[in-house]
Design a protein around this ligand. Sequence first.
Ligand code: AMP
Length: 249
Amino acid sequence: MKVLVAVKRVIDYNVKVRVKPDNSDVDLTNVKMAMNPFCEIAIEEAVRLKEKGVASEIVVVSIGPKTAQEQIRTALALGADRGILIETEEKLESLTVAKLLKAVVEKEQPQLVILGKQSIDNDNNQTGQMLGALTGMAQGTFASEVAIDGDKVNVTREIDGGLRTVALKLPAIVTTDLRLNEPRYASLPNIMKAKRKPLDTVTPAELSVEVKQTQTLVKVTPPAARSAGIKVASVQELVEKLKNEAKVL
Ligand code: AMP
């Protein structure tokens, strides 16, 4: 079974994000970039399927600038077999990403496509769903468990007060939630080996997809600074302030 995994290059989740002084966007100057955490979970799930003998090949795809090769190499070090970079410097909207992924799906014919449920930079949470709509493939989103069962995949999702499992006919699309697995770290020998794994580069034009902008980013503002706390001298004073100042009692 061939598995296609989409990984996105985003700001490292440990970085405190800065906004440009003119509020036009997030400031990416000299900022550490990394693989989107939900995409790490997607790769980990594909590697586990390969280790179980269920998956035979893992193809990883990323769309973005040349530097997104770094995230593809990381995925190769974690166990993917080959990579595809769809290289573009343009701003990408989810629908464009989904159209590009559809073109890769048509060429590669994977049985399973795994994406993160969400990118931590734009929080869109829509690429997997759009890919489902464009390809007509079944989709199981926010997966906390994935189990291949013959020509089906059972995808479990955590819902309010319980779990819900859907059975999807393969080929299918799965998007990963946080508790699906705990991604491994790449070992040094595997990082070295990953340098020799194949990585193809294509352009959106070669896939006959136009990179269009239908949205304009109006403004980005940082969260309001928290005001400093105060120390109270006694429980009475605390209760008095909660009652009369915060008015929460
Ligand atoms: P989003 O819909 O932007 O929140 O992203 C959800 C998932 O779609 C991500 O976790 C990735 O698996 C995939 N994705 C989004 N943008 C890209 C991209 N530029 N390159 C590769 N995969 C992407």
